[in-house]
Design a binder for this molecule. Structure first.
Ligand code: PMP
Length: 336
């Protein structure tokens, strides 16, 4: 399985990276981090310094936070609960949940979203499993489930509910403050998306103290590098710049949706930094033709309910214009 776009790609619109935050700003943060850490030394085993900063940022307690090298690490860590009891996965969604559960040999119960990609909490009710994964906003559909539906799912499910909020900074609400109150809710966040540090690999989760300390005990010590932890702490101080980049993205997101509608394709509403687009022709062929023009998008057609769909990371306006022109000409050719 290839996760990386080929080197000839000029525009990477396939991995939902942050294309809005100025590269210089992130580079400056990393330089500052490099100057302040001593790479000869082990740092705090669980990333306590970053946890302290995050606790202040989110107004939760430091004991309610677990840090890890990316949200993926935390997804895999949580999958250890599926070994006994299995897992519920709501489809279509981020494929890593399934891979993580499979690694632990957990039984998987699949629950489908409805045709408009809405969460139907009653479909989770009868499911007996020790853990359920929900991405909110969901990947690849881009929508954030209705808060009431997520709350119903948490109340009716007896195991742990993982709400993966990798894209929450772009969305309408967060379940983060509820995670510390409830006994079965874990909220995952990451520095890879809105915070622009995908390459440095830092994520975290928020949950009640009991689960947080259990998860710390299950996880690895010294899992994140000192440089990454420090850079993440320093990024938190740049929230204003991050927030501006989020607002800019949202403006382009709505513009791009309208433009896509004008060229006759369906772009679903998005609460994230990408759009799900349904094409009137074979999405695999369109992806190949876009790639010939140097543009990589993700074909998600093989996922349930996603026939002929592509997922497109939202880029700054000039690149969004290049994308829309390229897609438009590929579609015109396909119609010939
Ligand atoms: N969760 C979701 C829903 C994602 O889309 C992604 C990345 N594509 C991740 C988690 C992984 O994030 P990280 O880079 O922090 O491992």
């Amino acid at each position: 399985m290839s996760l990386e776009p080929p080197p000839s790609v000029k525009y990477r619109l396939c991995l939902n990276e942050n294309l809005f935050l100025p590269r210089e700003l992130v580079a400056e943060v990393v330089r500052e981090a490099a100057e302040s850490v001593d790479p000869r030394l082990y740092h705090d085993a669980y990333g306590e310094e970053l946890a302290e900063r995050l606790a202040e940022f989110h107004r939760v307690d430091v004991e309610e936070i677990v840090i890890g090298p990316g949200a993926d690490y935390l997804i895999y860590l949580l999958a250890s609960y599926s070994r006994v009891g299995g897992a519920v996965i709501v489809e279509p969604t981020f494929e890593e949940y399934r891979r993580a559960v499979q690694l632990y040999g957990g039984r998987i119960t699949t629950v489908l979203l409805d045709d408009d990609f809405r969460l139907k909490p009653e479909r989770l009710k009868g499911a007996a499993a020790s853990i359920a994964y929900l991405a909110s906003p969901n990947n690849p559909t881009g929508n954030q489930f209705e808060r009431g539906a997520v709350e119903d799912a948490i109340e009716s499910f007896r195991g742990i509910v993982v709400v993966d909020e990798a894209y929450a900074e772009y969305a309408r609400y967060s379940m983060l403050s509820e995670a510390i109150e409830r006994d079965n809710l874990v909220v995952i966040r990451t520095f890879s998306k809105a915070w622009g540090l995908a390459g440095l690999r830092v994520g975290y989760l928020v949950t009640n103290r009991r689960l947080a300390s259990e998860l710390k005990a299950r996880g690895r010590v010294f899992a994140c590098s000192s440089l990454s932890l420090k850079a993440a702490s320093l990024m938190l101080e740049r929230w204003e710049a991050v927030r501006r980049a989020i607002e800019e993205l949202k403006t382009v997101r709505e513009w791009l949706r309208r433009e896509l509608t004008k060229i006759g394709v369906k772009a679903y509403p998005s609460d994230a930094n990408f759009l799900l687009v349904r094409l009137p022709v074979d999405s695999g062929e369109v992806c190949t033709k876009l790639l010939e023009k140097g543009i990589a998008v993700k074909n998600v057609s093989s996922l349930p309910l996603c026939d002929n769909c592509i997922r497109v990371t939202i880029p700054p306006k000039p690149i969004a214009e290049i994308f829309i022109n390229a897609l438009s000409s590929v579609l015109e050719q396909s119609a010939l």
